[in-house]
Design a protein around this ligand. Structure first.
Ligand code: BGC
Length: 460
């Protein structure tokens, strides 16, 4: 039996603690990573289609044109959700499937797909929880400057209105954006994700324009009668590499980027200190929109980060991406913990630490929390490591709730193996195995799927 570093032995055969009766259990996916059918039924190209076509961008040279072919196989995938016994399914809507040019004419066939999916979910008794943007910017907008331009926030609001008009009668919960921090950092500051820009701190306007898009979308959704709106932000504890002043300063700065740059404007209506001069102009008016009350706050948690002062000799990475020497920090390996196949440290207690720290930092300004992503990459169908991972994180989540953090739901990343962005098909995050190797795309539930199904039954 492995001992997880929280000091608690991982014994996934022991029952989980009881979660509240109305706790929302779910799994997550995103459009680019599973749908495929990128040239079908009038879908327009996205930033990720273009990025994957550039040589050397994707580790295994693959693209997402077929992915898990969910576009055609969604009935089978909905049946898997039903058997799993989850109450909610978080998926994303592809903007360029609905508006092939990002703005202008609506592609009815694209919207029809989400309509069918939502109907199938409702029929299966699984609540649809759509994310309106999970990184796949319509290429036509990207070519006009994308998220560096303020205009895109208004185009996003128009798109949200189209989707809400069509699905709003059956969708009760919406997520505006997924991880704006990653689109800013990985996509625009470091260039390892689409659209591949390396702007370093000149990428900060991308953060603001996404937040503005979020605020405008909240207005649209409210005007369409939606009573439950959240956002999915990635967060994690930031640990200083040593006690030295330089390391602690670098860790504080990293914490600001990962944990405050998006949460402060949303929850407190202001940017953290030190950011003002990088913003694209006066933002007071925008902040009023951005900080409208949310019904819940989504947290994607994967791992803590150990951060030190800049040091070219240190070469840890963030999500597989090396940090360039121009950045005012370096990332250090998190040692003494098990690691996933993606080499991410497995630290369940980091989830408790993060949530308690968030509650302490934001107090009454923090709405109820939903864990919108948590999961791990491992090979194989008999994935005992994933079971230990989920078991440990659910216990850690329960610890946070016992410590008084109001948590209302938990979504596993991910329902099935998928196209893991710049990693291609090399990392498997699914509860369900997908056969990419033989091209059959056969779905095979892994041991972790059975474990979660049993754990959810035991909660009833
Ligand atoms: C993203 C997912 C991704 C997962 C694992 C999150 O940052 O929202 O799309 O697959 O992490 O890397």
């Amino acid at each position: 039996m492995t001992t997880l570093p929280s000091g608690r032995p991982a014994d996934p055969s022991a029952p989980l603690p009881r979660f509240p009766a109305n706790f929302l259990w779910g799994v997550s996916t995103s459009a680019t990573q599973i749908e495929g059918a990128v040239r079908e039924d009038g879908r327009g190209p996205s930033s990720w289609d273009a990025f994957a076509a550039e040589p050397g961008r994707i580790k295994d040279g693959s693209d997402a044109s077929v992915a898990a072919d969910h576009y055609h196989r969604y009935p089978e995938d909905v049946a898997l959700l039903k058997d799993l016994g989850v109450g909610g399914y978080r998926f994303s809507v592809s903007w360029s499937r609905v508006l092939p040019e990002g703005a202008g004419p609506v592609n009815k066939a694209g919207l029809d797909f989400y309509d069918r999916l939502v109907d199938a979910l409702c029929e299966a008794g699984v609540r649809p929880v759509p994310t309106l943007f999970h990184w796949d910017t319509p290429l036509a907008l990207e070519e006009r400057g994308g998220w560096l331009e303020r205009d895109i926030a208004y185009r996003f609001a128009e798109y949200v209105d189209v989707v809400a008009e069509r699905l709003g009668d059956r969708v009760g919960r919406w997520i505006t954006l997924n991880e704006p921090a990653e689109l800013t950092m990985l996509g625009h500051a470091l260039g390892d994700h689409a659209p591949g820009r390396r702007l370093l701190f000149d990428a900060v306007p991308v953060a603001h324009h996404q937040l503005l898009a979020h605020g405008l979308a909240v207005d649209v959704l409210r005007s369409r009668g939606s009573g439950s709106i959240g956002i999915a932000n990635s967060h994690g504890p930031t640990w200083a590499a040593s006690d030295s002043e330089a390391d602690r300063g670098a860790a504080d700065f990293y914490d600001l980027l990962l944990n405050q740059l998006f949460a402060d404007p949303l929850l407190l209506g202001r940017y953290p200190e030190g950011i003002a001069e990088m913003l694209p102009g006066p933002v007071e008016e925008d902040l009023r929109l951005i900080s409208q009350p949310l019904d819940w706050y989504g947290v994607n948690y994967y791992q803590p980060t150990r951060v030190g002062a800049p040091d070219p000799a240190v070469s840890a990475h963030f999500a597989g991406i090396r940090i360039p020497p121009e950045m005012p920090f370096s990332l250090h390996p998190v040692e003494g913990y098990p690691h996933t196949a993606f080499d991410w440290p497995v630290v369940p207690s980091g989830l408790t630490e993060l949530l308690v720290a968030f509650r302490d930092r934001y107090g009454d300004s923090l709405p109820p929390v939903v864990i919108t992503e948590n999961g791990c990459s491992y090979e194989g169908i008999d994935d005992q490591d994933r079971i230990a991972y989920l078991d440990g994180h659910l216990r850690a989540l329960h610890d946070a709730m016992e410590a008084g953090v109001d948590v209302r739901g938990y979504f596993v990343w991910s329902l099935m193996d998928n196209w893991e962005w710049a990693q291609g098909y090399a990392q498997r995050f699914g509860l369900v195995h997908v056969d990419f190797a033989d091209g059959s795309l056969t779905r095979t539930p892994k041991a972790s799927y059975g474990w979660l199904r049993d754990a959810l039954r035991a909660q009833k």
